[in-house]
Design a protein around this ligand. Structure first.
Ligand code: SF4
Length: 148
């Protein structure tokens, strides 16, 4: 279950990052596993979700949120459930910035022995259009946090 006691209150500027997620408008099934999913199919889905996160302008904020809230399910900030468990166990707060509202994702990837994800090379206009795309990702559309 998510831990909401460690999160900031309903301050719009703290949560505004959710509006700019690259996953907005995408099927949330790409980020959350169905019951019983394992092995290669799970790895494929997670890698596809992580690829979206890799070009996301708010990845640092999303990863910080998921770690602070101890989000139990899904890919957040480019980290899977298993990776977040490892980060929670090994420590992540030394990689936090701005009062724990952002994290240095490169540093956390290195801690996990993951290859560093390359940020999108899409032109700014494409990224801006991506940000304006309507839609929802249920887990990110709720403010201040999803409680499962
Ligand atoms: S899960 Fe987080 S990092 Fe990944 S695309 Fe969505 S908002 Fe961005």
């Amino acid at each position: 279950m998510s831990n909401v006691t460690r999160l900031p209150g309903p301050i719009a500027e703290v949560w505004d990052w959710q509006r700019n997620g690259a996953c907005r408008g995408r099927d949330s099934a790409q980020f959350f596993h169905p019951d019983g999913e394992r092995g290669a199919s799970r790895a494929r889905r997670e890698n596809a979700a992580k690829a979206v996160c890799g070009s996301c302008p708010v990845r640092a904020e999303c990863a910080a949120h998921a770690l602070a809230a101890k989000e139990p399910y899904g890919v957040w900030g480019g980290f899977t459930e298993t990776e977040r468990i490892r980060l929670l166990a090994s420590g992540w707060e030394d990689a936090a910035e701005r009062g724990r509202y952002r994290v240095d994702v490169r540093r956390l990837e290195a801690r996990l022995g993951l290859p560093t994800r390359v940020m999108s090379t899409a032109p700014p206009g494409v990224i801006a259009a991506q940000r304006r795309r309507p839609g929802r990702r249920p887990s990110l559309g709720r403010v201040p946090v999803t409680v499962r």
